[in-house]
Write a protein that binds this ligand. Structure first.
Ligand code: FAD
Length: 523
């Protein structure tokens, strides 16, 4: 078909030629004929779905969408692109929960990883015991799997991964391509610090097993590698015994210095096996015009809403420290006392401590309830002009005065949570592709705004102003889930890691096939 874009033409020709040869080889040609072409779609509906993402601000249409039923389908597609005289670009699309087109492939092929989840013939999540003597467990997970399914499967064995994201309906491949952070990161590191082995399909179409000991260059490149070096087919993730319930506490502060001092004190207790440590720590900025509960979770008792609003009104801006201590049958009787000891001496506003006791799953899956509520009102699939930053601890007070208390209050447009919590650099592996500030303690700050379809630009203007302020004030932030328009900006983002990042690109994806939506090598 002369009207088809070039890559689609090549792919379809390729599959038809494969079909012809398999028809010749096999008598079961009718089955093959019915199945094979269905894998590669270019109907308008499928293309439209692959042309947008959770951000709803970028639209890039691929030539075709591959719906694989095995990793082999992916290997064949990439090999074909690589060996083609005119290579075409390919992006794995996990759940498409990026916000700036990172999982798109304009005029190329998007691999719909959800099809692999639905259609694969082998199990996508397998729990095993590494050493019976020490009780070391791990789970082998397909890159296309959702974290919620990993949670449910591993809990069946009384085990659980230890590092999470706040939201669980995203894929293992998608979060490992970034880092995967949440309130557990201060203690267990990001999700990329908890992977022990992977199978990866490189940009040359080679399937490689890698770990810190085997093909370690590929292993570390892929973790936090923004999809640039290969498609994660399988990740092996360490497991620990699962708790049953959690004590979940929120405390309100009017004083930012007291708030950050308490956060930093609590994350200094961070040994993996340490008993007197929290299991999760995050924080929120609450503005006078926001409701105390937002889509992230409903927490505060409705009867307390009015006094929380009044505290926020009096101060324009207040800060919420959020912590969690897990417990099981063995620790049930001591958890309250343990938590009391941990929270002793904290400087929150008297009378503004709130507590909940929920199951481990309810806690980890807390964002889902808010999502379903928003979906029912048609408010989930709206533009999301998000900005996520890592800010060095030494400049967090400046960030508060220049960004929260000036830009954010002055513009007064915030519509969504603002997250703020610290983490420890020592829990991150320097060899991975992830980029973080050069200080032991740094904060993650997320401006998670939702907007209307015609007013997202004003949030982008606010984001620009925040970035400009940091630049002018010499606050050496790093973007998380980064987005840049030029390669010069990417080089600046990666800093001393750029040379290695580029070297790995030449080595594992020399024809620049993978994840073009990140716009690193084709900006
Ligand atoms: P996609 O958006 O589909 O893909 C992201 C990138 O990874 C693309 O470049 C894509 O090509 C590549 N990719 C996808 N699959 C693979 C694979 N198998 N192998 C190699 N590359 C691949 N992040 C956090 O860290 N912590 C949070 O708490 C958190 N909360 C969130 C809450 C919500 C509501 C949303 C929408 C996002 C949140 N995120 C969070 C961000 C999220 O982790 C990233 O956007 C992640 O990329 C989403 O996964 P996905 O499966 O949708 O990936």
């Amino acid at each position: 078909n002369e009207n088809l874009p070039v890559p689609a033409y090549f792919i379809i020709t390729f599959f038809i030629s494969r079909l012809k040869s398999s028809i010749n080889k096999s008598k079961a040609w009718t089955t093959t004929l019915n199945q094979r072409p269905n894998n590669l779609l270019n109907d308008p509906e499928t293309l439209t779905l692959a042309s947008s993402d959770y951000g709803n601000m970028v639209k890039e249409t691929p030539a075709a969408v591959l719906q694989p039923s095995s990793i082999n389908d992916i290997v064949q597609l990439i090999s074909y692109a690589y060996n083609n005289p005119i290579p075409f670009q390919i992006a794995a699309r996990g759940q498409g929960h990026s916000v700036r087109g990172q999982a798109m492939a304009k005029n190329g092929v998007v691999i719909d990883m959800s099809a692999l989840r639905r259609n694969r013939k082998t199990p996508g999540i397998v729990v095993s015991c590494r050493r019976w003597t020490t009780g070391e467990f791990y789970v082998d997970v397909g890159g296309e799997q959702l974290w919620i399914d990993v949670l449910n499967e591993t809990l069946g064995y009384g085990m659980t991964p230890v590092s999470w994201t706040d939201y669980l309906y995203i894929t293992v491949g998608g979060t490992l391509s970034n880092a995967g952070i949440s309130g557990q990161s201060f203690r267990y590191g990001p999700q990329v610090s908890n992977v022990v082995e992977m199978d990866v399909v490189t940009g040359k179409g080679n399937m490689m097993t890698c770990s810190p000991k085997k093909n370690c260059e590929l292993f570390h490149a892929v973790l936090g590698g923004l999809g640039q070096f290969g498609i994660i087919a399988r990740a092996r993730i360490a497991l620990e015994p699962a708790p049953i319930r959690v004590k979940w506490v929120r405390m309100l502060y009017t004083n930012f210095a007291a708030f950050t001092k308490d956060q930093e004190h609590l994350i200094s207790l961070n040994g993996r096996k340490q008993m007197n440590a929290l299991d999760y720590l995050e924080g929120l900025v609450l503005l006078h015009h926001n409701k105390p509960d937002n889509w992230r979770s409903s927490f505060f008792p409705p009867s307390d809403h009015s006094r929380i609003i009044s505290l926020a009104n009096q101060n324009s801006i207040i800060y919420c420290l959020e912590v969690v201590k897990y417990y099981d049958h063995h620790t049930q009787s001591t958890v309250d006392k343990d938590l009391e000891v941990l929270l002793q001496g904290l400087d929150y506003e008297s009378g503004f401590k709130f507590e909940k006791d929920v199951t481990y799953v309810e806690f980890l899956n807390r964002v889902r309830t808010g999502e379903l509520k928003l979906q029912s009102k048609g408010l989930w699939d709206v533009p999301h002009p998000w900005l996520n930053l890592f800010v060095p601890r030494s400049r967090i007070m400046d960030f508060n005065s220049g960004v929260f208390k000036d830009i954010v209050l002055r513009r007064n447009i915030t519509k969504g949570p603002i997250l703020i919590y610290p983490m420890n650099r020592s829990k991150w592996d320097e060899r991975n592709s992830t980029v973080i500030p050069d200080e032991e303690v740094f904060y993650t700050i997320g401006f998670l705004n939702s907007s209307g379809f015609d007013d997202w630009k004003k949030f982008e203007e606010q984001n620009e102003e925040i970035l400009e302020y940091c630049g002018k004030s010499g606050i050496e932030i790093k973007q998380y889930l980064p987005h840049y328009k030029t390669q010069t900006q990417w080089i600046q983002h990666f800093g001393s890691k750029w040379t290695n990042f580029q070297h790995n690109k030449f080595k594992f994806d020399p024809k620049n096939i993978l994840s073009p939506g990140q716009k690193i090598f084709n900006s």
